[in-house]
Design a protein around this ligand. Structure first.
Ligand code: HEC
Length: 244
């Protein structure tokens, strides 16, 4: 039993050695041929970006992107979610702004801004909003949104408080718009906060507004707000007319 096994093994190893003997020279040959005759992969028959081309009538190799092309992950079909706006339902209504004594831009009409959260307002969303607010907004707007953040105390222009009637009554889309596009002296935060994160911050700002005006009329107006948010009082504190 053991003898026959070793015989088999030795026959196999002999065959292996013979194969190696044949293969090695041919590998060397291939190596030399490979070095001598280049199969020019470096000169591939393809265009580089912006290269000239005789093939197209405008002599440009780079073609225009077909109309309607959307980059992967950039299909922003849900306009409300990504802009906080809807197509102006009252086309004759214009955005009205005024500049106050400190140079801040005050807006008092919001014809395009949505006033319902396009995402469900849950406790997680509000917590996420608090987390993002404390990273990105607190430095100027202060812990509760009075506009007394540390940077402002060191000299940056003071933002308006969130706790006047104008911003209490402003639709949620306005806050989203401010973060998305910037506002007057304030930068856009769209590169730092995803759309959902921006809605989370809006939900947290609404929470701050309610916290500073517990009996006021600020409404969350959210799909699920009624179940998840603290109760909103019904007494009216907005008789002063709103605009500053
Ligand atoms: C570097 C300071 C700074 C930071 C950080 C900052 N803001 Fe502002 N914000 C301002 C200033 C200044 C204004 C007033 C701008 C003006 O009217 O010209 C303002 C205005 C606003 C307004 C009021 C717009 C109106 O209608 O009057 C809102 C809402 C707002 N910011 C939200 C935010 C949110 C949310 C964040 C965090 C994502 C944030 N801001 C971060 C400085 C800042």
């Amino acid at each position: 039993m053991s003898m026959s096994k070793s015989r088999v093994e030795s026959r196999e190893s002999r065959a292996g050695r013979r194969a190696l003997f044949c293969l090695l020279p041919s590998a060397f040959c291939l190596l030399f041929i490979g070095c001598g005759v280049r199969s020019d992969m470096q000169d591939q028959p393809r265009y580089d970006a912006y290269e000239k081309s005789e093939f197209f009538s405008d002599n440009r190799a780079s073609r225009n992107i077909p109309e309607g092309t959307v980059a992967r992950g950039h299909l922003k079909e849900n306009k409300a979610l990504h802009t906080g706006k809807i197509d102006n339902p009252n086309a004759n209504l214009q955005v009205e702004t005024a500049t106050d004594a400190t140079g801040n831009t005050l807006v008092s009409s919001f014809p395009n801004d949505i006033d319902e959260f396009p995402v469900p307002v849950t406790m997680e969303l509000v917590n996420r909003g608090q987390d993002r607010y404390n990273i990105y907004c607190i430095v100027c707007h202060g812990p509760v949104g009075n506009g007394d953040g540390m940077i402002v105390r060191r000299g940056f222009p003071q933002p308006p408080t969130y706790h006047d009637d104008r911003l209490r009554n402003a639709p949620v889309g306005h806050f989203f718009d401010v973060m998305t596009n910037g506002w007057g002296k304030m930068n856009s935060y769209a590169d730092k906060l995803s759309a959902v994160d921006r809605w989370a911050v809006v939900a947290y700002i609404r929470t701050l507004q309610i916290s500073q005006n517990p009996s006021g009329t600020t409404a969350m107006n959210a799909n699920t707000a009624a179940n998840t948010m603290p109760p909103v009082g019904t007494s009216n504190s907005n008789t002063s007319g709103g605009a500053r």
